[in-house]
Design a protein around this ligand. Structure first.
Ligand SMILES: [Zn+2]
Ligand SMILES: [Zn+2]
Length: 220
């Protein structure tokens, strides 16, 4: 759905652009959709956390107390794009975030086509200081909590991770007793100091999947 003229005027007054060129056309449609649509007219948006990039151009608020999930990803794409041994990401709905500043200072990167157009799923960063802000998926966002200004330890603990992904590709060992998946969580093997009962459960699942596969094979 294309944005209406009042929506375009609102976007300009919210700092999404200075001229019609900044709001017209398909390439500008992201400005009118979550997570970039400004929520300032929504009285139900309750700000619980504030985050910003290093230079301060990009600023946002979060309304959800605890992420839907939180994890470390050790895949090589995350290692390269973050210049770090792993990525810390917390999953939120697109409606949970409200960008209050810097809409026009966002940069995109889509890693399979290697394009900087806004194409989902993509990496979102500050176009000025290059701080990575989040991964934007089709339905969810994976926010990087390192940018949140936590007010207490208790707040920070709400973002504690549940598991490690792509741990088979790790650059360093983290002996925290949490589930460690070789690839995507729930779809790969559990290794190292993953909880023993989870490892057993996963082994059973893989065996059952294998037997189902054999059954399927017989039928065909
Ligand atoms: Zn910045
Ligand atoms: Zn990754």
């Amino acid at each position: 759905m294309s944005p209406t003229q009042p929506e375009k005027d609102q976007a300009k007054s919210n700092g999404n652009g200075n001229s019609n060129e900044d709001v017209d056309g398909e390439h500008n449609e992201w400005k009118f959709k979550a997570p970039y649509k400004v929520h300032d007219s929504d009285p139900n948006f309750k700000t619980l956390y504030n985050g910003s990039c290093h230079c301060g151009r990009v600023q946002y608020q979060l309304s959800r107390e605890k992420p839907l999930a939180s994890k470390y990803c050790h895949c090589s794409t995350c290692q390269t794009l973050h210049g770090a041994p792993f990525q810390w990401a917390a999953i939120f709905h697109k409606e949970d975030i409200n960008f209050t500043h810097g809409h026009s200072d966002l940069g995109w990167y889509e890693s399979s086509e290697k394009t900087t157009r806004h194409k989902l799923p993509c990496k979102v960063s500050c176009a000025y200081c290059r701080s990575p802000i989040m991964d934007e998926g089709r339905n969810m966002i994976l926010l990087f909590p390192s940018l949140i200004k936590f007010k207490s330890d208790a707040e920070k603990r709400k973002f504690d991770i549940e598991c490690h992904m792509f741990y088979g590709n790790r650059l360093l060992d983290i002996k925290d007793g949490l589930p460690k998946w070789t690839g995507i969580n729930g779809q790969s093997d559990l290794i190292e100091d993953s909880p023993a009962e989870m490892v057993k459960k996963r082994k059973r699942e893989i065996e059952e999947e294998g037997e189902e596969g054999k059954e399927e094979g017989k039928k065909n």
